[in-house]
Write a protein that binds this ligand. Structure first.
Ligand code: 57M
Length: 359
């Protein structure tokens, strides 16, 4: 709103000219989301405790997790509120990608909320069935894929890191490709959210990296210089990424070890879907495999563990999947696992940024 109402006044007050700059609005979208999340979280924690929205711990889990029983969950409601409010304030709401991302946040957040709420009703860590959750995610993923595909000036050509001349055009199949990236990313973040601050820390790093990708992809001169796809209007997605990273920092303040609140599926499913949608819009889908490498490793560890368990009649490759539980059972302290996963993620983010020059 600020952009729509205050920028036009720059003809009277020249200071308002600053609102035209995506960099300025990205920074203040991040600071606004951080402040909203930080200031409201203590109140949300109190409210969730009062209405008994608390975490139920699965028996099969590491014994160290039993102590976490009763931690307020569904903190994702506050994360999404912070992101959407800050985006409404600082982004250009006539930008179609901004509208698509707000829709993605709300609908995937709703899927997660239904899952979280059903766990509260059943009073155990079993929400929606895996099948119904996956079906819902896929249907919404296809809807988001169609909205992106219908956006004028959006190219259905896919780009790959290092190979600037290999850009296959997926045409209408881009809808299914986008749905695959969005649903895969949503589930990968969901699986990763199993240690205090782990998932939100990785989301912050990924969001900050895509802030840069969105800015350069939406800047015709920089995109031309880097020989990457120019996506008209994509620069505005940097403002959304700023709000995403800022809200993540605000939530991390309370989710860090020992966590006072969990984000719940309300947060993990929507944050994962947002990262997937941003990767598709900025046409940096395969880079997500690098910068979101920890999410990929966590999801792969589950796929490998379950497959190996089935073909070997009950043997396990990892002590427990996802990967973070394997290190817990190896005796690593929880904060150590979290910090090391973040360090690896920052290194992967730097490598992914370097691919902009390695073409
Ligand atoms: C998402 N949810 C956490 C919290 C968070 C197929 C199988 C691998 C599925 C997987 C599964 O159920 N994943 C669900 C992970 C849960 O966190 C809640 O869920 C939200 C995210 N969706 O916001 O509300 C637990 O994670 C811990 N936690 C923290 N700090 C945080 O900031 O400590 C979460 C956030 C919380 C809390 O203990 O209760 C989760 O892990 O369920 N299943 C698993 O991951 C299970 N692994 C498993 O079964 N492995 C098997 C096979 C099937 C692969 C094996 O290796 O043999 C683990 N789940 C649990 N404990 N709860 C086992 C250990």
């Amino acid at each position: 709103m600020i952009y729509l109402f205050l920028y036009p006044l720059h003809t009277i007050f020249s200071f308002f000219n600053v609102f035209r700059y995506i960099t300025f609005r990205t920074i203040y979208a991040g600071l606004t989301a951080f402040l909203i999340c930080c200031l409201l979280c203590p109140w949300i924690i109190k409210k969730l405790k009062k209405v008994q929205i608390k975490q139920f711990i699965r028996e099969e889990g590491p014994r160290s997790h039993q102590i976490k029983a009763g931690t307020p969950t569904m903190g994702g409601l506050l994360i999404l509120f912070s992101i959407v409010t800050s985006t409404l304030l600082w982004a250009d709401l006539t930008n179609k990608y901004i509208v698509i991302l707000i829709v993605t946040a709300i609908i995937f957040g709703l899927i997660g909320f239904i899952d979280d709420y059903s766990k509260q009703v059943k009073k155990k860590n079993k929400g929606l069935s895996a099948k119904s959750k996956f079906l819902l995610q896929t249907l919404i993923g296809i809807l988001i894929g169609i909205l992106i595909w219908l956006t004028p000036d959006f190219s259905t050509k896919i780009t790959f890191p290092f190979f600037k001349n290999f850009t296959p055009d997926f045409g209408i199949l881009h809808i299914l490709f986008a749905a695959f990236v969005i649903v895969g990313s949503s589930n990968a973040v969901n699986l990763t959210d199993g240690l205090d601050g782990l998932a939100i820390g990785l989301v912050i790093i990924t969001g900050a990296t895509y802030m840069l990708f969105a800015y350069v992809t939406g800047h015709i001169n920089i995109a031309e210089y880097l020989q990457i796809n120019y996506v008209p209007g994509c620069g505005e997605v940097a403002v959304f990424c700023g709000a995403l990273a800022g809200a993540g920092l605000g939530f991390l303040w309370f989710n860090t070890y020992p966590a006072q609140i969990f984000m719940g599926d309300t947060g993990s499913l929507s944050l994962g879907a947002l990262i997937g949608a941003i990767a598709v819009i900025t046409k940096q889908e395969f880079i997500l495999v690098i910068v979101g490498g920890l999410f990929v490793l966590e999801a792969l560890s589950v796929i490998i563990q379950v497959s190996f368990f089935k073909i070997s009649n009950g043997k396990r490759l990892f002590k427990m999947a996802p990967l973070h539980h394997h290190f817990e059972l190896k005796g690593w302290a929880e904060p150590k696992i979290i910090a090391r996963f973040w360090i690896i993620s920052i290194i992967l983010a730097l490598i992914s940024i370097s691919t902009l020059k390695l073409r």
